[in-house]
Design a binder for this molecule. Structure first.
Ligand code: KIV
Length: 278
């Protein structure tokens, strides 16, 4: 049975840690699903790790829907969350509703994620009232990278810490089913996690969050343009794939690939007939 938002809330209540990963395609979603990871985020990190943009800002709704559909086809158990791209939910609540509905109706996702705290609370309330589960995202919100002036740890001053706590409470009160805390000092994310009833999912927010999320390309060592401090490489696929490609190139050049094993045979009589007639 597919993971529900009720189950995610129950995991917090029972003290069960929640794992979440990003995915952007069918095959990866299948692997994550098979591993039993309950939450898959089709992150707008798609823009950087799959599409090669410099930030998440250029990502469009059409790109997100295309990849969400692929992930949904691969995941039968995990709850799939579509990440709302830059300026698809900030201009008006109507915009947010229309675009969130696309993720659910066209993309087949079961929830959406959007960046921002108190300022987005009314929008979250409206989406939830319309039956769309929403995951919040506060701390370092990459769509505001130009405002922050780079990838930075957030909530380091008393004012900033209070703002983040208020953001978390506002999203929780508005009905968000979980909140991503990105690049938040561990003691602050611990306090937020203790003070709000909904699960916190950390990325660079320490071990006290209710769950953790990683970008799959970071976790597998596939994306090496920029490796954040909070990423842990559980594999080094960049090297594994590089070695496989070099081997393939060498075998094609030397004629050792393909062998009989990768080739299709033909009936001798057909060959003889061909020789006679052609
Ligand atoms: O887009 C993304 O991958 C994200 C995660 C880092 C939470 O927002």
């Amino acid at each position: 049975m597919r993971t529900s938002i009720t189950r995610i809330r129950e995991m917090k209540d029972k003290g069960e840690k929640i794992a979440m990963l990003t995915a952007y395609d069918y095959s990866t979603a299948k692997l994550i699903d098979k591993a039993g990871i309950p939450l898959i985020l089709v992150g707008d990190s798609l823009g950087m790790v799959v599409l090669g943009y410099e930030s998440t800002i250029p990502v469009t709704m059409d790109e997100m829907i295309h990849h969400t559909k692929a992930v949904v086809r691969g995941a039968s158990q995990a709850l799939v969350i579509g990440d709302m791209p830059f300026m698809t939910y900030q201009v008006s609540v109507e915009d947010a509703l229309r675009n969130a509905a696309r993720f659910i109706q066209e993309g087949g996702a079961q929830a959406v994620k959007l960046e921002g705290g108190e300022m987005m609370a009314e929008t979250v309330k409206r989406l939830v009232a319309c039956g769309i589960p929403v995951m919040g995202h506060i701390g370092l919100t990459p769509q505001s990278i130009h405002q922050f002036g780079g990838f930075k740890v957030m909530g380091k001053t008393p004012e900033a810490a209070i703002r983040l706590m208020n953001d978390a409470k506002a999203l929780s009160d508005a009905g968000a089913f979980a909140i991503v805390l990105e690049c938040v000092p561990e003691p602050l994310s611990k306090l937020i996690t203790e003070r709000i009833p909904v699960p916190t999912i950390g990325i660079g927010a320490g071990k006290f969050c209710d769950g953790q999320v990683q970008v799959i390309n970071d976790l597998l060592g596939l994306y090496t343009d920029f490796v954040p401090k909070h990423a842990k490489q559980y594999a080094r696929l960049f090297e594994v794939i590089g070695n496989a490609l070099s081997e393939y190139l060498a075998e094609v050049k030397s004629g050792t690939f393909p062998t009989e094993k990768q080739s299709y045979a033909m009936d001798e009589s057909v060959l003889a007939e061909l020789a006679k007639k052609a």
